[in-house]
Design a protein around this ligand. Structure first.
Ligand SMILES: Nc1ncnc2c1ncn2[C@@H]1O[C@H](COP(=O)(O)OP(=O)(O)OP(=O)(O)O)[C@@H](O)[C@H]1O
Ligand SMILES: [Mg+2]
Length: 411
């Protein structure tokens, strides 16, 4: 009989039991996260919009259920700093009016709210003045959902579809229950602001205080129908995206998705014959490109990141029953943060430390590549930018798949 434990993989009990006694964690099923399939009305198609609300920018894709290609959803005007296929995660209040995305970026007056997603992370207390994070984020997501609806009306025909939104929360599979609940409440309030009967589409320059008060009221009693809004951990989405690459060879894959505010890490085994990806360990850490931007001690920051990369590998290695195939590791990078030469360089260089405790270092295989999500329709306008910035879409891409299509098993 094999004994199993069900301890927090980051906790001391788990480490003690696995290291000292060699016990194994119980396989952890993927968190259902309130997954309910919405019954489809006759004559309608089912659309899934994946919204990756990032610390820096928001990425949106929509997929007709069952189709191989997801469509780039462009809801904003291109401008210099941001890739043209993303929407800045910005809110501005100026002259009693509220602005979102690129309009918020371009206006000079008033107060700009940025890095809002970071204000949601567990243990963060926000100190700035102005509306609460939940209210500003729900307002922003309401604008995003409304614009996405308009895009879908135009692309697929008004009333021709049922639209489900899947959003990612910055957490691991066994993530923070409180954060998930809070995020779902915010998303449901945003949904209600857009889809409650008679709601107007939210544009730029709405009267700020009346609009935010309305959002605040919805946060007190959110009532999105079950299944219309779904949430999944941000570590899972890139693995789901990865699973769609039919050319993937069997073996061990470490995914590093470094955004502006957080980095998501996971270590997985691809078994193509069984159409399975087994995730042995995943975590979301509060260390992103922002911490590297003005880093006083760049080497210290790099070491912080590499410590977590090594930990991800080690936890995965120790949880896996078969060690033989772990002499080969493919690292896949996603997110804007890995474009930083120092970060990428460290990941490319440090394989001896990462692949501990594999003894025969000379027999190991190690490669580092960028993960390009397979099957995104650039929708005309986004062709060049998608070619250049496709790696930013790992999360949004994974978010557009139906849950029953995920070939993922958790240990
Ligand atoms: N070529 C690039 N394209 C886009 N962003 C880049 C690029 N190079 C570096 N960056 C930096 O990457 C960050 C944005 O990355 P990304 O869009 O993945 O973050 P995010 O998804 O908004 O954040 P998070 O996932 O942490 O919430 C910014 O800090 C940006 O300056
Ligand atoms: Mg991101």
């Amino acid at each position: 009989m094999r004994l199993r434990i069900n301890a927090d993989p980051s906790g001391w009990l788990y480490k003690l039991l696995t290291r000292v006694f060699g016990l194994r964690r119980k396989p952890v099923p993927l968190q259902p996260a309130g997954s309910v399939t919405v019954p489809l009305k006759p004559g309608k198609i089912r659309l899934i919009a994946g919204i990756d609300f990032g610390t820096y920018s928001t990425k949106i894709l929509a997929r007709k259920s069952g189709e191989a290609t997801a469509r780039l959803v462009l809801i904003d005007q291109p401008d210099s700093e941001y890739p043209s296929i993303v929407t800045p995660s910005l809110v501005r209040i100026a002259g009693e009016k509220i602005y979102f995305g690129m309009d918020a970026y371009k206006l000079a007056e008033g107060k700009l709210y940025r890095y809002l997603k970071k204000e949601l992370l567990p243990g963060i207390s926000w100190t700035r003045s102005g509306p609460e994070p939940d209210v500003l984020i729900a307002a922003y997501l309401a604008w995003v959902m409304g614009q996405t609806k308009q895009f879908c009306d135009y692309q697929f025909g008004e009333n021709a579809y049922e639209l489900v939104f899947q959003l990612a929360a910055p957490m691991a599979n066994l993530g923070h229950a409180g954060l998930k609940k809070r995020y779902l409440k915010i998303a449901a309030a945003a949904w209600t602001a857009v889809f409650a009967p008679g709601s107007p589409i939210i544009g730029q320059g709405e009267p700020a205080w009346a609009f935010l008060k309305m959002i605040e009221g919805l946060l007190d009693k959110p009532n999105a129908p079950p299944g219309q809004i779904q949430l999944l951990p941000e570590t899972i989405a890139p693995i789901v995206s990865l699973a769609q690459n039919s050319k993937l060879q069997d073996g061990i894959y470490l995914v590093v998705d470094m955004g502006s505010g957080t980095t998501e890490l996971s270590v997985n085994e691809v078994r193509s014959a069984e159409n399975r990806i087994i995730c042995y360990f995943d975590q979301s850490i509060e260390l992103g490109d922002l911490q590297f931007k003005d880093a006083f001690n760049m080497e210290g920051r790099i070491e912080e990141l590499m410590k977590e990369v090594r930990r991800t590998w080690r936890e995965g290695y120790e949880a896996a029953p078969e060690k033989e195939i772990w002499n080969s590791l493919r690292v896949l990078l996603a997110g804007g943060g890995v474009q930083r030469a120092a970060v990428r360089g460290a990941i490319e260089r440090d394989h001896r430390q990462i692949m501990y405790p594999w003894p025969a270092v000379s027999d190991t295989h190690y490669s580092v590549d960028i993960h390009w999500p397979a099957g995104i329709d650039h929708n005309g306008a986004g062709e060049k930018a998608l070619y250049k910035h496709g790696f930013l879409f790992a999360v949004a891409h994974g978010l557009t798949f139906e849950r029953h299509e995920w070939p993922i098993v958790f240990r």
